[in-house]
Design a protein around this ligand. Structure first.
Ligand code: KG4
Ligand code: ZN
Length: 436
């Protein structure tokens, strides 16, 4: 099996720091002054230094004055780096302001879950309208909670791929316009990379590590080599596990059970499965004939559909009524999904070992994405990790599902490393969203 590398960001700007400005090593011709003017302006404002930007030497003077103030250590506020993150890839409108230590200063999230549960699934134009209605308020709420203005930010990071095109379009347009109008650098974010790296906000996890990304749209096993170098070693050939859980929950009409009415499909199945017997119904093993790390959930979904039809007939269930053995069905379905995830993850560990993709010591498996909230799956993977000697890390549920914090954090990591940060107006304008 060939490992392929994805996620190629590259730097197209000469990065500048204050010490290099002082030493006059900067290539001023590469500066598009509008961004830097406003960055210096807001920093100088914080320091009470007057910055007059009528000519380059004066910009330099202002910066030097501000830098000298910092070197005297008079303000920690001045050193603080701030990134705003914006997320609209699916059905959550999220925004957050984060500092360079990973501290969340302000956060806001509007979930569209209740609306989509009512419609029986995400309807893209509805998701787009709700994002448009909420985005301004969500961003302002995050900024207000953080007690900062856009002028105080170092950069604006926004999810531009992958996701629902109509949803991505809203955030991408808003984030780009905000950055351009305020003269801020823009950082385009890959949604799945952000899921995979959220864990580094909580714990210092060294590269490389193995990641299992499981959400409503993806099922991926990847080795994270660095911020922007990834090897995909397994992915789904059809549905994602979250998709199978959501469709299964819909078919089981779980929203008609009052306790489950406001839960996502995955959450509802986990909740009911905890009261059922996972060995009541048997599901086939997906990809049984293959020896790679690919996933497939469509077969399990079809088997569930067949089972529900059989049970509905047997129990003479009609309309919006629920089949009596619903808890056992949920438990058995969750067990089948878990077994498949664990089996392929174990293969990925073997593959990573054969290919020496991970260090021999301190091997780490990170699980992230919405499905990673599932405790049953977490427990099963923990057992695998105990057996193979990996440490399992999983962000808290709030950070596993879509949110603005993970985008802000990925933006901050990129800002600090100066990777994939866009400064030029033309470069920012040229950014487009990408569904796949
Ligand atoms: O990452 P996410 O918020 O959005 C996508 O990028 O897709 O993941 C949403 C998915 C949904 O399919 C939802 O049913 C699933 O995560 N999910 C869960 C749980 N909570 C959310 N799946 C299993 N168990 C859960 N507790
Ligand atoms: Zn997601």
């Amino acid at each position: 099996m060939a490992a392929c590398t994805v996620g190629s960001y590259w730097m197209n700007h000469v990065s500048l720091c204050y010490s290099c400005l002082l030493k006059r090593r900067c290539i001023f011709s590469k500066l598009r002054s509008i961004h830097w003017k406003s960055i210096y302006q807001s920093r100088c404002r914080l320091q009470g230094v007057n910055l007059i930007h009528t000519s380059l030497p004066l910009i330099q003077e202002g910066v030097i004055a501000a830098a000298q103030t910092t070197f005297r250590g008079e303000s920690s506020q001045f050193n603080r780096q701030l990134v705003l993150g914006i997320e609209t890839s699916c059905d959550d409108t999220g925004a957050a302001v984060i500092d360079d230590t990973g501290k969340v200063l302000g956060e806001a999230l509007r979930s569209q879950k209740k609306v989509h549960i009512r419609y029986g699934g995400i309807i893209p134009p509805v998701a787009q309208r709700l994002h448009e209605q909420n985005i301004c308020q969500v961003v302002n709420e995050a900024l207000e909670k953080a007690k900062v203005t856009v002028g105080d930010l170092n950069a604006v990071a926004t999810t531009v791929k992958p996701g629902l095109p109509l949803s991505l379009a809203v955030g991408t347009k808003y984030g780009k316009n905000l950055a351009l109008s305020e003269g801020k650098p823009f950082i385009p974010i890959h949604h799945m990379e952000a899921h995979a790296l959220t864990v580094r906000m909580i714990k210092e996890v060294e590269f490389p590590f193995l990641v299992l990304l499981v959400s409503g749209g993806h099922s991926l096993l990847v080795v994270a080599h660095s911020l922007d170098r990834w090897s995909i070693i397994g992915q789904t050939i059809d549905d994602a596990p979250g998709e199978a859980l959501d469709k299964g929950a819909r078919r089981l009409k779980l929203r008609n059970i009052p306790e489950c009415a406001s839960m996502s499909g995955g959450q509802a199945i986990e909740y009911l499965a905890s009261k059922g017997d996972p060995h009541t119904y048997e599901f086939p093993t997906p990809m049984g004939k293959y020896r790679d790390c690919s996933f497939s959930f469509a077969g399990l979904k079809h088997c569930l559909e067949k089972l529900i039809r059989k049970l509905e007939k047997e129990y003479e269930v009609e309309g919006g009524n629920i089949i009596p053995p619903v808890k056992d069905v949920c438990a058995s379905f969750q067990y089948a999904i878990t077994k498949h995830l664990v089996r392929q993850t174990q293969r990925a560990m073997v593959y990573a070992d054969i290919r020496s993709l991970l260090p021999k010591e301190n091997q780490t498996l990170v699980m992230s994405g919405g499905v990673a909230c599932n405790h049953y799956i977490q427990t099963a993977l923990q057992k695998l990790c105990d057996y193979t000697g990996y440490q399992l890390l999983c962000p808290p549920p709030k950070l596993c599902t879509d949110n603005g914090i993970m985008i802000a954090w990925n933006g901050m990591e990129r800002w600090k490393a100066k990777r994939g940060v866009l400064y030029d107006k033309e470069d920012i304008e040229a950014v487009d969203f990408l569904a796949k």
